[in-house]
Design a protein around this ligand. Structure first.
Ligand code: HAM
Length: 410
């Protein structure tokens, strides 16, 4: 037997309707906020992620599926959705259209991480990217969209953590202060953070290692370093969220693992799915479009991990109704009746009514069992007596009620 590669999963029919529900909700909520779908390729030139996600990130350094194609080009399977969307925005001249451009996507992503519950090597994201607006009201709207989606799929007890990591200028000052502080504690830091200290000290702030957590508790806080403009932007975001009734906690340690962010960053975190509790992450990325060769266009967005959403729904006992139930199952009692069953099924399907019938020559008892298994709402029994009288028996599977119905009614 050949197994699926480590960190990947099959989605079987017993679960696929749950995916469909989450994806349908994502589409409905995105459309409610005026976003249209964008689909970008599964793979991009590696350069897109080097420039987009950033060369100092864990994603680019350790987690990308990168290979040379037969033409010798370096290709990478997308580890996230934003960089590809930004590349498409620039390449297709979308900034010449009316701004803001409001986009959403549902896509698979690939990261070579150590698999565990809620962490896969192939996973799926529902993402939002709003491009072209700098006002803090679009930050609030982006977060509102994420919250509306989480509410609509049925997620409760989730905490929104909010922070501002300032602009390039304020971050420079902060990074120096942080570096100075961390350098004094370097001996106690984990090996990874020792490396991060030089290249990307902000990342030390969200290290999960207990020693690093202890050290960062007393580290300088970014919010003490942000400039007046960044500060008033952040205050406006908080004010609008308060007006909208969205609860949040300001957490100066939320820095996000991708290099493109500036100003507003946020995460929705749940306590109900173990270590990988971040269900949704996002923020503002005003320099990304320019970094990818476009003009100076602002951006903000987020992505939700669909696997984590489904895990959370499962763990909190939220039931998703399977909508794919068969309306009628036709149970013929012999060869002649089987032909009639075929005719009825054809007619029902032509009318757009879901219907199925016996393909296995099962006994009538076994057919009822099967109808029950596939969740048929009604079973139509056709025996020779029924055929002679030009009628069939229709049994409601829930109430058990039976009714004789003329064959002409189908
Ligand atoms: P991210 O935080 O790297 O952000 O990923 C977003 C979400 O994808 C996470 O919160 C998590 O639910 C899910 N996720 C990430 N890695 C895995 C994994 N290995 N297995 C399962 N689920 C995972 C981004 O990707 C940004 N592009 C979000 C964004 C969009 N920022 C602005 N626009």
């Amino acid at each position: 037997m050949i197994n699926v590669p480590k960190g990947t999963k099959d989605v079987l029919p017993c679960d696929s309707y749950k995916w469909q529900f989450v994806e349908k909700t994502a589409r409905e909520v995105a459309s409610l906020f005026g976003a249209s779908e964008i689909r970008t390729p599964t793979f991009e030139h590696t350069e897109v992620f080097l420039r987009g996600v950033g060369e100092t990130t864990d994603i680019v350094n350790k987690e990308m599926y990168t290979f040379l194609d037969k033409g010798g080009r370096s290709i990478t399977l997308k580890p996230e959705g934003t960089a590809g969307v930004a590349r498409a925005f620039v390449e297709n001249g979308m900034n010449s259209q009316v701004l803001p451009t409001k986009l959403f996507y549902i896509t698979q992503c690939f990261r070579y991480e150590r698999p565990q519950a809620g962490r896969l090597r192939e996973f799926h994201q529902f993402g939002i990217e709003f491009l072209g607006a700098t006002d803090a009201n679009i930050d609030a709207e982006t977060i509102m969209l994420a919250k509306t989606f989480l509410d609509k799929v049925g997620i409760k007890n989730i905490t929104l953590y909010l922070n501002s990591i300032g602009c390039k200028e304020c971050r420079k000052k902060y990074q120096q202060a942080l570096k100075d502080y961390l350098s004094d504690n370097i001996d106690k830091m984990c090996p990874l953070c020792k490396e991060r200290l030089e290249k990307n000290p902000l990342r030390v702030l969200d290290c999960k290692n207990q020693d690093c957590k202890e050290i960062t508790k007393d580290a300088p806080k970014i919010l003490d370093y942000i400039c007046d403009d960044c500060n008033s932007h952040f205050e406006k975001v908080q004010n609008l969220l308060t007006i909208a009734g969205v609860e949040f906690k300001v957490d100066p340690n939320i820095v996000r693992g991708l290099d493109y962010y500036n100003r507003t960053v946020f995460e929705f975190v749940s306590e109900n799915i173990g270590a990988q509790g971040t269900v949704c992450g996002g923020g503002r990325y005003d320099g990304l479009i320019a970094d990818l060769g476009g003009s100076d266009v602002a951006g903000i967005g987020f992505a939700v991990g669909i696997e984590r959403i489904l895990m959370l729904l499962e763990n909190t006992g939220v039931k998703i109704e399977n909508p794919n139930k068969v309306e009628y199952y036709i149970a013929p009692m012999g060869e002649k009746e089987s032909q009639k069953a075929f005719e009825i099924v054809c007619k029902l399907r032509q009318k757009g009514i879901t219907a199925d019938f016996d393909h296995m020559n099962r006994s009538i008892k076994a057919q009822f069992k099967y109808a029950d298994k596939i969740g048929a709402k009604k079973v139509i029994v056709i025996g020779s007596d029924e055929l002679n009288n030009n009628c069939v028996k229709v049994k409601d599977m829930q109430s058990g009620e039976e009714q004789m119905v003329s064959l002409d009614s189908f």
